[in-house]
Design a protein around this ligand. Structure first.
Ligand SMILES: [Zn+2]
Ligand SMILES: [Zn+2]
Length: 231
């Protein structure tokens, strides 16, 4: 399996800057019974490479039923219309980032920064609560609203085989007025994530952190860097 070695039982990294395209943030696939749930989908330049990686991990991309978008930035969501059209999957995002995703807002999605355009897409399920659940087969994916980097940023976790696996993309920031970032909200969000005591953190750009102590150190390290509420 080489580079597509499982992060944990039935969970694979299938996209990222050195796995699919230099612009891609990390893309993960979670097997839930017969279904596959994708966490983010890359910047939109090389969705075919992600599909190939899914196949190389021994999975059939036709099984993708759900695509969870962690926030509205193009390096995480650029291929959303590709996957939605090709596999007819349900696109899930937080309500507070969903309008930017649907309209492809060039500033809020950072498409302008990446010198690209985002095709318009519909978000099928808008998460509105502080914490919501995606039921998938016998598995439960917990989606936690973790605003800060963007207003509608979410983090996702799943408990599997005695481990808690947390998908926390861009929890490190950056924080800008253009993104409507909020450091004070972000600090509360990071404290929520620390309470989860996750064993494995699948980060958006820097890879996979484990064990538990290293995950905690990673989050606390960023908390220590942003002591002021001002951007
Ligand atoms: Zn981002
Ligand atoms: Zn990012």
């Amino acid at each position: 399996m080489g580079e597509h070695e499982a992060v944990a039982g039935g969970i694979y990294q299938v996209g990222g800057s050195d796995l699919s395209d230099p612009y891609d943030a990390s893309v993960f696939v979670i097997t839930c019974g017969q279904d596959l749930v994708m966490i983010d989908c890359g910047a939109g330049k090389a969705p075919g490479a992600i599909v190939e990686n899914i196949k190389e991990a021994g999975l059939d991309p036709q099984r993708i039923t759900t695509l969870v978008l962690t926030h509205c930035h193009v390096d995480h969501i650029g291929s959303v219309s590709y996957f939605k059209e090709k596999y007819n999957c349900t696109v899930v995002a937080h309500d507070l980032d969903a309008d930017a995703i649907e309209s492809g807002d060039p500033t809020l999605t950072a498409a302008r920064l990446y010198n690209t355009k985002l095709p318009s897409t519909t978000v099928d399920r808008r998460l509105k609560g502080d914490q919501e659940i995606i039921a998938c087969g016998t598995d439960v994916l917990h989606c936690i609203h973790t605003p800060g980097h963007t207003p509608g940023s979410i983090s996702v976790y799943i408990d599997r085989q005695g481990s808690r696996i947390l998908f926390g993309q861009d929890i490190h920031g950056p924080f800008t007025r253009e993104f409507k970032s909020d450091i004070s909200q972000w600090r509360d969000s990071m404290n929520k994530l620390l309470e989860l005591k996750a064993d494995i953190l699948c980060e958006g750009h820097f890879g996979i952190y484990k064990p538990k102590e290293r995950v905690e150190r990673y989050i606390k390290g960023y908390l220590g860097q942003h002591l002021s509420d001002f951007l």
